[in-house]
Design a protein around this ligand. Sequence first.
Ligand code: ATP
Ligand code: MG
Ligand code: FE
Length: 336
Amino acid sequence: TLIMSFESSCDETSVAIIKNGKEILSNIIATQIKSHQRFGGVVPEVASRHHVEEVTKCINLALDEAKVGYEDLDAVAVTYGPGLVGSLLIGIMAAKTVAFAHNLPLIKVNHLAGHIYSANFVTELQYPFMALLVSGGHTELVLVTAPGEFHTLGDTRDDAVGEAYDKIGRVLGINYPAGKKVDQMAAIGNDTFDFPRAMVKEDNLDFSFSGLKSAFINRVHHADQIDEELNKDDLAASFQGAVLDILVNKTFKALKQHPVKQLIVAGGVSANQGLRQRLAAEMKKRNMDMELVFPPLRLCGDNAAMIGAMAQIQYDKKDFADLDLNADPSLDFDME
Ligand code: ATP
Ligand code: MG
Ligand code: FE
């Protein structure tokens, strides 16, 4: 089965050609980060305009690189949420056009399901598995009981973890998106500031990062006021130390309740080197017989390949969308 997939939920325009949900024939990603950096975050209207300009080029590049034509395709898949409505609509219109013109079934894919199924390019998934989804807009623990069956066990009550990285990064003078740089600084610095680990003592699987973010920002502003010089690497290491303690605490709580053979970590923050090392170390410490799966770095951020991987499952179930498909900006699991 050959699926052309589209992703345009935020600031990446991406088109991929995926074979059997497993093999990436092409995965073209046009990023707009530079256009948004001077605003310190993604500007929705700017994003939509970029998608309009890029999407056709991405289609042609994806077909060229995969060395296939429209006649070889079996289906067209597209992210329909969550994300920015104006951005989602561009991908949806492009996908509908290809589906309509070439008489192909249309598959509507949840962006978060796509992130989780980026693991399909790395390993043979064994159900049930646990997914820790850490991205710019989401922080969730999801139990996946069968192909495409998602159950949210825990969620963030306020900020997403990637969002927290971006906001504290701004205070450190780092360009958007700040996650990667904060991760690099954290590797150099030491965890010397005592930042709060919210909700770790609570008997639930939810997260909270806004208190940590505020504590960080207040500490830096206080230092500015009294002309105190703070070590930025230590600040980054202390922030990341708190983030990792929280993620590890909740993830292993979830694994205790639901013993599984695989832990999948996905979303933009799954690129975090500190997180990768820490989870591996914690598993070893607990002597757990479990496979720890991270997507390759180029599939951690937004991309259409992961959408094609999820779409294959829906294709097999003949779960097709109508041509009146609309965007669902606040789509989440448990509501489909
Ligand atoms: P969502 O997937 O929830 O809709 P999104 O698509 O905007 O949100 P992603 O593209 O999956 O989010 O991830 C982007 C986020 O990942 C940004 O917040 C970025 O700072 C963060 N990020 C990227 N690399 C790292 C890293 N090495 N460490 C921490 N955070 C990182
Ligand atoms: Mg992005
Ligand atoms: Fe994403």
